[in-house]
Write a protein that binds this ligand. Sequence first.
Ligand code: ADP
Ligand code: MG
Length: 228
Amino acid sequence: MSNSLILKAKDIDKAYQTVKNIRLEILKSVSIDIEENKISVIIGSSGAGKSTLLHILGGLDKPDSGEVIFNDTNIHHLSDDKLARFRNINIGFVFQFHHLLPEFTALENIMIPLMINGISEKKSQERANELLIETGLSERANHKPAELSGGEQQRVAVARALANDPQLILADEPTGNLDSVNSVILQDLFKNLKNKLNKTFVIVTHNQELISLADNLYEMKDGMIHKK
Ligand SMILES: Nc1ncnc2c1ncn2[C@@H]1O[C@H](COP(=O)(O)OP(=O)(O)O)[C@@H](O)[C@H]1O
Ligand SMILES: [Mg+2]
């Protein structure tokens, strides 16, 4: 029996024009099918185009040509407003730098995407507390980002990405700023979330250690992608 796909990207092209008017082809007809409830890892050296691809998969950036289908939605055909709303509900993002808001606590950082989504403050707080438990951070609810370790900050970022219960989580070098102990904790968290909450992950990284997380492994090189 074949596994179901959550996201299909087809023939994605992306080029940048440099100041000297040189055309840099970053993605060359990249196609990838993302299987539901799996961890797909895309490995590649710096400059390979991993972040560019991830941003296009998640609707943060537009391809020059090609399409991205999330379940049945062609995301780059949505208006900017609809796409922003679609992302907030369906896709969670985790970046190398946590991007938490410094003046808010861990709890409040997780509540923000819920409240943007129109959930009441009380319900948002309940949900954020659940997620703090899920990510092993219930003792840190009222800490601001500066009062958390790097590993804890990144787990709050994961909890925030999960706030609206998206099916898909896209992570760009999520362990890039972590020591090896915290990197392993984060990898275990991803595996648990996949198994327990049926989440789908796409992780792009240059870190070879993350290969062991992959149900499906890809390599990006020279703007092209190959399944390994
Ligand atoms: N806005 C931009 N304008 C011009 N070049 C860019 C821009 N964004 C990325 N690039 C170039 O595209 C290439 C791929 O970048 P990126 O997707 O960030 O690679 P990776 O994440 O694999 O390190 C790099 O050579 C980078 O310099
Ligand atoms: Mg990158």
